[in-house]
Write a protein that binds this ligand. Structure first.
Ligand code: DX5
Ligand code: ZN
Length: 231
């Protein structure tokens, strides 16, 4: 079941907010592997998006994987609500509170896969006692809060070191922020397997003309897979 094949996870932060259902069906029809949902609280990050009711409303439109990225603090009081809304994966930030171990336990306890996200300024030295608690490590390649930011190159080395640290454990490496056909291969070669992309997937298309979504997804995937093969 676990595999390290390249997976493209479009972020609906760049979708048409008035048409989430249609947008999700369109990106899945155009080849998306997962659907990435960016939850922001205006406190942990300087932007506000949506919460469990929206996740619940879009769940019936998702036939792949609902990948919920929580950029909120605190996390624990909301885990059950996101699990009940149908999240397959719930990712919390290491920086969101002092008890990330408990948070990861609670996410698994709620029946979801547990993800752990790291801001660009956070190192991987705290992961020794967390790697066996997580199904996914999300390396942020921008400072979280907004779509359309520039990829931070220092994170390539972090992913390389993280990939070595993970070894044979069934833990995905997800990267999030500034992913394009130009930056995706750098991260695929470094060891990432889940590539989140918002603006680079939704650019040029719309719900009525979703063809460009497919072109964009294929371009990111092809660049990443080529880099993998070359490595
Ligand atoms: C940033 C979010 C990302 C973001 C990605 O805080 O976690 O998922 O929407 O958007 P792009 O691909 O536009 O950088
Ligand atoms: Zn995200």
């Amino acid at each position: 079941m676990f595999d390290r094949s390249i997976k493209i996870a479009p972020s609906i932060l760049s979708a048409d907010f008035a048409n989430f259902g249609q947008e999700i069906r369109a990106i899945e029809a155009q080849g998306a592997d997962w659907v990435h949902v960016d939850v922001m609280d205006g406190h942990f990050v300087p932007n506000l998006t949506f919460g469990p009711p929206l996740c619940k409303a879009i769940r019936p439109h998702i036939s792949t994987v609902m990948d919920v990225h929580l950029m909120i603090a605190p996390v624990d009081p909301y885990i059950d609500a996101f699990a009940e809304a149908g999240a397959d994966i719930i990712t919390a930030h290491l920086e969101a509170g002092p008890h990330i171990h408990r948070t990861l336990q609670a996410i698994r306890g709620a029946g979801c896969k547990a993800g752990l996200a790291l801001n660009p300024g956070t190192g991987i030295e705290d992961l020794d006692y967390l790697l066996d608690m997580a199904d996914l490590i999300c390396v942020m390649t921008v400072n979280p809060g907004f779509g359309g930011q520039k990829f931070i190159h220092s994170q390539i080395e972090k992913v390389q070191r993280l990939r070595a640290m993970i070894g044979d454990r069934p833990v995905h490496i997800e990267i999030d922020g500034g992913i394009t056909p130009q930056t995706a291969p750098l991260m695929a070669a470094a060891g990432a397997d889940v590539l989140v992309a918002g603006s680079a997937v939704f650019t040029g298309g719309a719900v009525d003309t979703p063809g460009p979504y497919g072109d964009n997804i294929r371009a990111i995937r092809a660049a990443a897979e080529q880099a993998r093969q070359a490595g």
